[in-house]
Write a protein that binds this ligand. Structure first.
Ligand SMILES: Cc1ncc(COP(=O)(O)O)c(C=O)c1O
Length: 425
């Protein structure tokens, strides 16, 4: 029995299925990590992998980035958290507000889920309305009101999609408070806003992974902005992942001018984080009406790590990530074409996913995976592991600034070998 298997057996005694994080689970059980360095991780059995999960998009500078390690080590000796603010939160706030035009004021919190929840509460408090519109199939974390219709099945589709629970026995009041619409469908959005009352906000991920990992169409983004204004609803962007697509945010690159934005992942440099930012008059609600807080909010370890990470993520770093993503997608497509594999790669900037069909996905419905496609995704994940590359169980790859030319070549070889195995297995 190897070390990972032994740890798995121990974990089974104390955790359901031996696990505390569903999104990173894969069959028969995930390997246990010993350490990470740069673009690589080593498991407890001494196996080394090129890590293209980067903790599902958190580690844009890979593992143990020297500037982040130094900042954290220094701060750890000075105290990890206080019931008082520190200068570090101002520095990270200044960086974020300086980069993203629509972010006039910012408030930190501890996770992306909390950031989404806080953004929705702010929208309710500001507008005096209580319901939201969200996109079918789009993931926004675990806040009850955002966790609706995440896995909506075809019988709930149609022109007025039903809001369906993701978690069994979600209260009817929660379901009634969420209106669902399909990505990139302007007439449906228009109809939903006209027919449904009490809408405080429309929340979207501007590059929704479960809609094909492409930016929302420009005309849809324009319609979102125009229609939300017409209906006195706020537009909330969830850039928990999408901030990685542009130095000025996904909003700076693809437009939209949102009223509020939820952030997370990369802004904490590898430590737990979330933030909500937006128009100053709207953000004022966090002071007057929505008592946002949290024991670990803006803790100085996260703040110094986040600042070091974001400072290292300058415009040249974004440009390099963009080029790397482009080259890697081209490499994948060349392999897929040469081997005539029933797959495609889709993504933007430093992120892409492998899909096991050749439909063009524009929304959740066209992206929706058949059971065979789900099985293929699982199988391909294993094929990549066999060739020394860890990708997310959804076959998604998150690139980092520390990938070298050798890492890129390793990926290209592993991908070609994995597709060969996949096609012939
Ligand atoms: C788009 C999006 N929003 C929100 C979240 C929730 O963030 P967290 O896991 O930090 O709560 C995630 C997490 O993956 C996400 O991808």
């Amino acid at each position: 029995m190897n070390q990972s298997e032994q740890l798995r057996q121990r974990a089974l005694q104390v955790m359901p299925n031996g696990n505390t994080r569903g999104a990173v689970w894969y069959n028969p059980y995930p390997m246990y990590v010993a350490h990470g360095n740069g673009a690589h991780i080593t498991d407890v059995d001494g196996n080394r992998f090129l890590d293209l999960t980067n903790n599902l998009g958190v580690l844009i500078h890979g593992h143990a980035h020297p500037a982040i390690v130094e900042a954290v080590q220094k701060q750890a000796g000075l105290g990890s958290c206080f019931a008082l603010p520190t200068e570090h939160e101002i520095a990270l706030a200044e960086l974020m507000c300086g980069r993203i035009e629509a972010c006039e004021r910012i408030r930190f919190i501890n996770t992306g889920s909390e950031a989404v929840g806080l953004a929705i509460k702010i929208a309710r408090a500001f507008t005096g309305k209580s319901r939201i519109i969200k996109l079918e199939g789009v993931y926004h974390g675990s806040y009850d009101y955002a966790e609706i219709s995440n896995y909506s099945t075809p019988e709930n589709w149609g022109n007025s999609p039903t809001a369906v629970e993701t978690i069994p026995a979600t209260p009817a009041g929660v379901l009634d408070s969420v209106v669902v619409t399909a990505a990139n469908d302007i007439p449906m959005l228009q109809k939903r806003l006209q027919q449904e009352s009490d809408i405080a906000a429309v929340i979207v991920d501007p590059v929704p992974p479960r809609c094909g990992m492409q930016p929302l169409h420009t005309d849809y983004i324009e319609a979102l902005r125009k229609l939300t204004r017409e209906h006195n609803a706020l537009l909330i962007y969830d850039e928990v992942i999408a901030l990685r697509f542009g130095f000025h945010g996904a909003q700076g690159r693809f437009g939209g001018d949102p009223d509020l934005t939820a952030f997370g992942k990369i802004i904490g440099g590898g430590y737990p984080v979330g933030a909500v930012a937006g128009r100053a008059d709207i953000m004022e609600a966090t002071r007057t009406k929505v008592g946002s807080s949290g024991t670990f909010t803006a803790n100085p370890i996260t703040m110094v790590a986040g600042l070091a990470g974001m400072q290292a993520l300058d415009q040249p770093a974004y440009d390099a990530l963009e080029n790397l993503g482009h080259r890697m997608r081209e490499q994948c497509t060349a392999v897929i074409d040469a081997q005539q594999a029933p797959m495609q790669v889709s993504g933007v900037g430093a992120m892409f996913s492998i899909y096991f069909h050749q439909r063009q996905a524009r929304d959740y419905r066209s992206y929706y995976k058949t059971p065979a496609e789900n099985a293929a995704t699982e199988r391909f994940h294993q094929c990549m592991l066999k060739h020394g590359v860890l990708i997310a169980p959804t076959a998604t790859c998150f690139l980092s600034t520390v990938m070298s030319a050798d890492d890129e070549a390793h990926f290209a070889d592993a991908f070609a070998a994995a597709v060969q195995d996949f096609v012939h297995s």
